[in-house]
Every structure is written in structure tokens, then in C-alpha cells.
Design a protein around this ligand. Structure first.
Ligand code: ZN
Ligand code: ZN
Ligand code: ZN
Length: 243
């Protein structure tokens, strides 16, 4: 058996990643090799400033230009619309999207720095009326911040999550946090299930097995409803406030 890193015959102890790559244990023990934060494959790439480490394959698809962001936005919007998420008069293509560091995301969320937070959505709701007791919602403006250095599929999944925050905010839907984040994670699930590649399957497994009490439990809760009644079922339940 050959080592994936030094290409020599493996002798003695070795490690295997989830993609079936075998490497001499010494590479890992000497910290010559780590695992890609995005796909879990062994990699000799150096970590970036926030501690994430990306293999060459994942790095080669990172989304960072305006044009790529705009393409991702319209792709994700169309996929969400195709299963029944109606954004009404909200012009999704005009939502400003800014790519920022993990530190900046933490500042915006007023939370500790964590690269698990890959995006955040801000919505302003405009109310107008003739008196204090007679205020009606007249519109919403949204802004999405995306964590930098996300490979394309991860970026699409995160963007789908954030667009389902936009969808909930546009419809003034106020779910408890667990259900709210669980529904948003269904957006990521949609993107990964359409892609249907081994890496997409890896991201789906991460969603299904997340130990997080909000994001993981929330996803499992909403996913169980989806398995029973499909996209129509969960969308109707959310809109009728019976989820
Ligand atoms: Zn080796
Ligand atoms: Zn990778
Ligand atoms: Zn969220």
C-alpha cells in the first residue's frame, strides 16, 4: 500500500481519512499533514489565519469575486423557489453580500469567534403609519455577511441557509431559534442534495450528525417533517405557524 503523501510503501502504523487515503502515521505525528476543514481529506496545506485548513481541491473552488457571488445568489434563489419558497416582491439579486473574516462575523453576531458561523443575515424592517398604534410593515432591507474562504459548494449551502433567514424575515415569521435555524439548514440540505456528489453527501452527513442543540437538533426536527410531508408540507406549516 502506497502513502498518499510521500508515495512510498507504508510500513507500520498508518492513518486513513474518510475518502480512503492512506498515509504514514509519521506525517500526522510530525504535523506535516492535517485534515481539510471543508472536506476532511488529508492535506499538507498550511492553515489560514482563523485556523481553518483547506486542501488544494477545496481551495481551488473558493468563492470571492463579485461575479461569482452574484451567480451563486441567483442559483440558490432559483433552487429555493423551485421547491416553493416565494420571496414575493423582495429583489433577492439586489441584496448586498459582503465576504468577511471570522473576527468580523463574531463582532456582528456579538458572539465568540467561531468558524462554524459561516454567515449572518441582517434585516431592517420599515414601519410606517399615522400614529404610534397604527404602524404597518412597509418593507424590509437585508444584508448578508459571508465568511471568507468557503469552497463553492459550502458557500452555496451557507447562502441557502441565509436566504431562508431572508425568507422568514420577509414573511415576518418568528419561529423559536431551534426551528428557525433548522429550517435554514434545510436550505443547505436542498443545495447539497441537488449536487449529489460524495462531498455533498459529506456536508449532508455533517448537517444530520451535528451535535449542536440549536443547529443540529433544529435540522433533525425540520428534516423529520420534510420526510413526512415534503417541501410543501414544511412551508405550509411554517406559514400557518403550526410547525
Ligand atoms: Zn508517507
Ligand atoms: Zn478539502
Ligand atoms: Zn442561521
Amino acid at each position: 500500500m502506497k502513502c498518499h503523501i510521500c508515495h512510498k510503501d507504508i510500513n507500520g502504523k498508518y492513518y486513513i481519512d474518510q475518502w480512503g487515503h492512506n498515509i504514514c502515521a509519521s506525517h500526522m505525528d510530525k504535523k506535516e499533514v492535517t485534515m481539510c476543514t471543508s472536506c476532511g481529506a488529508f492535506t499538507t496545506e498550511r492553515p489560514i489565519a482563523d485556523g481553518r485548513c483547506m486542501c488544494k481541491d477545496c481551495r481551488s473552488t473558493v468563492v470571492n469575486t463579485h461575479r461569482e457571488v452574484a451567480e451563486c445568489l441567483s442559483y440558490v434563489k432559483n433552487q429555493l423557489a423551485s421547491v416553493g419558497f416565494d420571496f414575493g416582491t423582495c429583489n433577492i439579486n439586489n441584496i448586498p453580500i459582503e465576504i468577511v473574516s471570522a473576527k468580523k462575523i463574531a463582532e456582528i453576531r456579538k458572539a465568540p469567534i467561531s468558524t462554524n458561523n459561516k454567515g449572518v443575515t441582517f434585516t431592517e424592517t420599515q414601519m410606517r403609519g399615522t400614529s404610534r398604534d397604527n404602524m404597518k410593515v412597509v418593507g424590509h432591507t437585508h444584508k448578508i455577511y459571508m465568511l471568507s474562504d468557503q469552497p463553492r459548494l459550502e458557500f452555496l449551502g451557507t447562502l441557502a441557509h441565509e436566504l431562508l433567514h431572508v425568507w422568514q424575515n420577509e414573511h415576518d415569521i418568528k419561529l423559536p431559534q431551534m426551528k428557525c435555524e433548522g429550517l435554514c439548514n434545510m436550505g443547505s440540505y436542498l443545495i447539497y442534495s441537488i449536487e449529489n456528489t460524495p462531498i455533498a453527501q459529506h456536508y449532508i452527513t455533517n448537517l444530520k450528525e451535528s451535535p449542536d442543540p440549536i443547529y443540529g437538533n433544529g435540522f433533525r426536527y425540520v428534516f423529520a417533517q420534510y420526510e413526512m410531508s415534503g417541501w410543501r408540507g414544511i412551508i405550509n406549516n411554517v406559514i400557518k405557524f403550526i410547525m
